[in-house]
Design a protein around this ligand. Sequence first.
Ligand code: ZN
Length: 299
Amino acid sequence: MLWRGRRQSDNVEDERGGGGFGMGPGGGFRIPVGGATGGGLSLSGIIFLVILFLALRACGIDPVEILEGGGGMGTGGGQVSRTAPQSQDEMKQFVSTVLAETEDVWNGIFQTNGRTYEEPKLVLFSGHARSNCGFASSAAGPFYCPDDHKVYIDLSFFDQLDRQFGASGDFAQAYVLAHEVGHHVQNLLGILPKVNRMRQSMDEEQSNAVSVRVELQADCFAGIWGHYTAQKGLLEKGDLEDALNAAKQIGDDTLQRRSQGYVVPETFNHGTSAQRMKWFNLGFQSGKLQDCDTFNNPV
Ligand SMILES: [Zn+2]
């Protein structure tokens, strides 16, 4: 992706270095630890985390997304990512640029529809983050908190995406960010609040099915962003394939097969690899909001 030298967003809040536990296994990505906080977790802390985990699930955030992928086998050792940012500093510039690109695209789309896009903040954290949705560890992966309109990401996740999930390339990373911004768009459109109300009267299986539709729509919205990014001539050869591969690697069936060796479809809450690729690609090809209606169409 040709991102260097382009506008970087001011909506980035850097909260790294607050005593987190960096998880980058070598490779120069280790975050300096201040040592100001940290220490063991008390029982009340653990109970708090469990409640938070449930609360996050209730608001449609992805605490399970990455946890379920544990124990995966790294692929592509020694493979060089397509112009992927190499240092934390460069990664910050990269995500700031991608965020700016999402602002430009969504400002335009909202304007066309007679609405105003309220830009989300992007919080960079290391180890753990405190949001209005509670406390989250980087092990849960990037997430969006509807209550404070912020996307949270530990940049070491991109390293994990590459090593553990075999999804490399800067456009794959951009897709992850654009997906979280997609949740923000859903929030502004009133979709997330509506879905969360509906969920209250559902059993777990129904709730998972709705969650899949929410996630696939965020993928489709990420695809819409990709559509306009391609139109600007910012994509390089192989970028689209990298994003589609990322969508494939984090599909529920692929994650479950990798972590436990079999799949349990009733527990899917993000969609299969095929579904995630399909909806990202649909948004990418069309660029239109109305083509991302995952609620009234078969997924
Ligand atoms: Zn999501």
